[in-house]
Design a protein around this ligand. Structure first.
Ligand code: NAP
Length: 333
């Protein structure tokens, strides 16, 4: 059934009460949208149950069947999805050398493959109408290398990268892609991180650091966190814009992350669809590419040093990163 009214239909993942997804659901509803609020169990969205602005659906983003079932029901009920918000995510706290691979897989499955599963299920419907918006919830952790949060940060780095590529690839189909970058927003994420941590095997090498590791999950309990409602208000305002920004955030730490993103020369890729793809394929074939032997010689000389640098750069494009990286480190640490 195609809805007769023009109110946007917004599908949000991970809407359990107390988290960002729940606050986004309330804010989109306030702005007059039809909100499909989803979570793994309807019990976690009980407060939305009798509110006609919400259509509640159970959805586990790591399950093909669950995603297919949910998207089919939404299309059946509303006839379209105008906005997809990929918000569901998990944190995984622990030292990389001891974190069980199963915990790493769960983090990557939820934070990367989950939203990609949603994208692949929803995009055909949006592309058919040449219209839609996808808001992916990333994280400031991508630019803040911190111990005990390596897997989570890696998953969000991959997600940022996928989001930026999706923006280029989906533009042709009239679909806007927005990277939402929270940093220290009040939610349940610390509680679920500690409960995941408590299910892991006892630490060995890192046992003496256990208190510091657990402390990482308290990051969201300080008074300095951005209130969920404030974050949701700014995020919804950005997503609802006619021309939404590529990246959006509220917190100060997030704003710093975005300012770095904005100096990247992304506009070079915004050519026509096919031209951009061909161009990307030729990237490493220009006369300006660094010869492999030069790169190997520089790398060898660096690796043999007594005091190794944290990062090593050689090559034309790497020099941009080389300039930015020490500058970032100086500011942050
Ligand atoms: N809070 C912050 O400061 C912050 C900072 C950077 C990024 N983020 C990102 O913001 C997003 C929302 O997190 P939050 O802070 O609001 O944490 P949260 O309160 O723990 O919410 C996470 C939501 O994701 C859901 N979820 C987990 N695994 C799922 C799965 N397999 N399928 C469907 N839903 C699943 C959770 O459901 P259950 O209730 O069933 O577990 C919950 O509804 C996440 O992507 C997170 O990485 C948050």
């Amino acid at each position: 059934m195609e809805l007769q009214d023009q109110k946007p239909v917004v599908l949000i993942t991970g809407c359990s009460q107390g988290g960002i997804g729940h606050a986004l659901a309330l804010e989109f509803a306030k702005k007059g949208c039809h909100v499909v609020a989803t979570s793994r169990s309807k019990k976690t969205m009980k407060d939305l149950e009798n509110d006609p602005r919400f259509f509640l659906h159970e959805l586990d983003v790591v399950s093909d069947e669950s995603v297919k079932n949910c998207v089919e029901h939404v299309i059946e009920k509303f006839g379209r999805i105008d906005v997809l918000v990929n918000n569901a995510g998990v944190h995984s706290v622990g030292p990389l050398a001891e974190l069980p691979l199963s915990a790493m897989e769960k983090t990557f499955n939820t934070n990367i493959y989950g939203p990609m599963r949603m994208v692949q299920a929803v995009v055909p419907h949006m592309a058919a109408r040449k219209k839609g918006k996808i808001a992916n919830v990333g994280s400031v952790s991508t630019t803040l290398p911190a111990p005990w949060a390596g897997v989570y940060a890696a998953s969000k780095c991959a997600f940022h990268s996928l989001t930026d590529t999706l923006r280029l690839e989906l533009r042709h189909f009239g679909i806007d892609v927005i990277n939402i970058v929270p940093g220290d927003v009040t939610s349940n994420i610390g509680n679920s991180a500690i409960s995941n941590y408590n299910q892991m095997p006892e630490l060995k090498l890192y046992k003496p650091f256990e208190e510091a590791i657990k402390e990482r999950t308290n990051l969201w309990k300080t008074s300095k966190t951005t209130p969920t409602e404030v974050f949701a208000m700014d995020t919804v305002a950005a997503v609802m814009k006619k021309n939404p920004p590529a990246w959006s955030t509220t917190s100060n730490i997030g704003k710093f992350t975005i300012s770095n993103y904005n100096i990247m020369p992304e506009w070079n890729l915004y050519k026509s669809f096919e031209e951009a793809i061909k161009e990307r394929a030729k990237f490493n074939q220009t006369s300006k590419s660094t010869p492999t032997e030069v790169f190997a010689k520089d790398t060898m000389a660096t690796v043999m040093k007594n005091n190794l640098p944290a990062w090593f750069f050689s090559g034309r494009y790497s020099s941009i990163a080389a300039i930015l990286y020490p500058f970032l480190l100086k500011i942050l640490f």
